[in-house]
Design a protein around this ligand. Structure first.
Ligand SMILES: [Zn+2]
Length: 285
């Protein structure tokens, strides 16, 4: 078991990774570790997560009162969100809140993180709910997040804000953050390619069974045969230029594909050639 200094050190190391990977700019973001029934270590307010030192980490009780009053640093106001998650899920021992750019883009556009597409995301994140926007540091922020947390939830997006990941360990919560942003980056790159395939119903059922065997039960397994997975994918799929709802339906094999994804109209081709020509000419000028 780690002593408190080791936990503080690990919080600094994780903070550095969060900052270095661009998940938080300036003083954004916060993370915490629950070290006992009534004590939580949390990052201070007003400090870059890339430059934390162990002595700056603050201590709060489960009501959010700062215990280490001699500490010059003040606890983050968003620790209230963390505490509400700890209360809702006693098996959670660490919470990481960040603004990872690729994932947060989905929150800005109010597009739910799609599911049934990427095995890694399905196994390690599962369904990622999207909470409505509420003012940061207000109690309502935590309430809107906690209302969406099920027994298998480990990541929630917050509308127009960012992500919150939680796990039994700090490293586990941080990995969720990495996987979330990598997944969303892949989705945005896929969008540039113009077409996307989703996993079939059977492929998802097989995947969730494997996940369960790994010791990570997923509630969706019970409703997967009824088509519950991907039921909220429509806003993301609709961002594909070639996707049209009327032309796109689940194919006989259950796969969803953007309609006419390989076809490009003559007008669009002409416009593309013209655009490239203009760019080349502008470069020569
Ligand atoms: Zn925030």
């Amino acid at each position: 078991m780690q002593n408190q200094f080791q936990v503080r050190k690990e919080m600094c190391d994780v903070g550095y990774r969060i900052w270095h990977r661009g998940y938080c700019a300036g003083n954004e973001g916060n993370h915490s570790v629950r070290i006992s029934d009534d004590r939580v270590l949390c990052t201070p307010t007003g400090v870059s997560k890339g430059f934390l030192s162990p002595d700056q980490i603050t201590v709060v009780d489960m009501d959010g009162r700062q215990i280490d009053t001699q500490n010059k640093m003040k606890r983050t106001s968003e620790v209230l969100l963390h505490l509400q998650i700890y209360k809702a899920r006693p098996n959670v021992k660490s919470v990481v809140h960040s603004h990872p750019p690729h994932a947060t883009a989905f929150a800005m556009a109010n597009i739910p993180i799609p599911e049934g597409i990427h095995p890694e995301a399905e196994v390690f994140l599962g369904k990622v709910p999207m909470a409505r926007y509420t003012t940061p540091s207000y109690k309502e922020l935590g309430e809107s997040v906690v209302a969406l947390i099920g027994p298998d939830t480990n990541t929630v997006m917050m509308g127009n804000h960012g992500s919150v990941c939680f796990d039994a360990t700090l490293i586990g919560a941080y990995y969720k953050l990495e996987i979330l942003d990598a997944y969303c980056r892949i989705l945005l790159l896929t969008r540039q390619l113009g077409k996307i395939n989703t996993l079939t119903q059977q492929e998802m059922i097989d995947l969730l069974k494997v996940k369960e065997r790994f010791g990570m039960p997923d509630r969706r397994l019970s409703c997967a045969t009824g088509g519950c997975i991907g039921s909220e994918n429509q806003p993301f799929l609709a961002t594909f230029d070639t996707y049209s709802q009327s032309a796109c339906a689940c194919r006989s094999d259950g796969r969803v594909e953007a309609a006419d994804s390989t076809a490009i109209s003559e007008d669009a081709f002409e416009a593309m050639v013209q655009q490239m020509t203009d760019q080349i000419m502008a470069g020569l000028a």
